[in-house]
Write a protein that binds this ligand. Structure first.
Ligand code: IMP
Ligand code: MG
Length: 194
């Protein structure tokens, strides 16, 4: 059975009826992730014991796909943190919260941070500065599935970006609206909500 998820209309208690318009199919997302994986493999190939840090929750689908396309000489170490700057709305709160920030000693290591989306840039900037201060990494790179440069309030650019998008609110492939829609197997724009 084929289900056309792009035409699905979701009932959302908080937002009324939410419609989601497909932006990038799952296949397209995975193809792009594989390209990023090749670039990262080249850059990290000969680096000592690289550490991949996934920023929960939004990045975990991207992270899982990405890590499986990376080939390096040394095996990868995987760590997680959980950061949040959005409440349940579609506007950034401006304050970065750190519900889970428990990393082992990764001083002077070669680090790749994996984020779902860079919007204002506050979350990524906060976390990169934190890592620099705590661990003085030998290498510190940032991969983001999505980038919304028009919303930036800090100077920040990812080293590896999946897709650069306009100022749309995106859900699926790990990204949420009020903790919903992370499981959608494509990237879609949330329309007709609220
Ligand atoms: P920033 O600190 O403003 O760059 O926000 C980054 C965080 O905001 C991301 O990790 C997401 O959790 C959330 N976010 C920003 N834009 C979107 C979006 O379009 N859809 C879902 N979450 C978003
Ligand atoms: Mg979020």
């Amino acid at each position: 059975m084929v289900v056309d998820l792009s035409k699905r209309v979701y009932k959302d208690k908080e937002a009324g009826t939410a419609k989601i318009r497909e932006l990038y199919s799952g296949e397209r997302v995975r193809a792009r992730i594989a390209e990023l994986g090749r670039q990262i493999s080249e850059d990290f190939q000969d680096l000592d014991r690289p550490v991949v840090i996934g920023v929960m929750k939004g990045a975990i689908f991207f992270l899982a796909d990405l890590m499986r396309t990376i080939e390096t000489h040394d095996p990868l170490q995987l760590e997680f943190v959980r950061l949040a700057s959005y409440g349940s709305a579609t506007e950034s709160s401006g304050v970065v919260q750190t519900p889970y920030l428990d990393l082992p000693n990764i001083a002077h290591r070669n680090i790749l941070v994996v984020e779902d989306i860079i919007d204002s840039g506050r979350t990524a900037k906060f976390f990169l500065d934190y890592l620099r201060g705590q661990f003085d990494p030998k290498t510190l790179k940032l991969a983001a599935l999505l980038d919304k440069p028009s919303r930036r309030v800090t100077e920040l650019k990812a080293d590896y970006t999946g897709f650069t998008i306009d100022d749309l609110f995106v859900v699926g492939y790990g990204l949420d609206y009020a903790e919903q829609f992370r499981e959608l197997p494509f990237l879609g724009e949330l329309v007709d909500f609220g």
